[in-house]
Design a protein around this ligand. Structure first.
Ligand SMILES: [Zn+2]
Length: 66
């Protein structure tokens, strides 16, 4: 059985690289039972999206200047 700590590591790794089907399966099974990790996944995905949005905006502002 994987702990919430293992799952949170896999979830954050999954943002940067493609997980193997076994890892994705592990995460999915765990998320079905664990609200805490489901919320963690939602939050990390939201933060990642917001961060990307922010750097994109910054980049286009820099482009306009030059
Ligand atoms: Zn969990």
């Amino acid at each position: 059985m994987h702990s919430c700590r293992d799952i949170s590591i896999l979830v954050s790794q999954g943002l940067d690289k493609k997980l193997s089907w076994r890892e994705r399966f592990t995460v999915r099974m765990h998320l079905m039972m664990c609200t805490r990790c489901r919320n963690f996944q939602k939050q990390t995905q939201f933060i990642r999206k917001a961060a990307r949005h922010y750097t994109d905006g910054l980049q286009s502002r820099l482009d306009k200047k030059s």
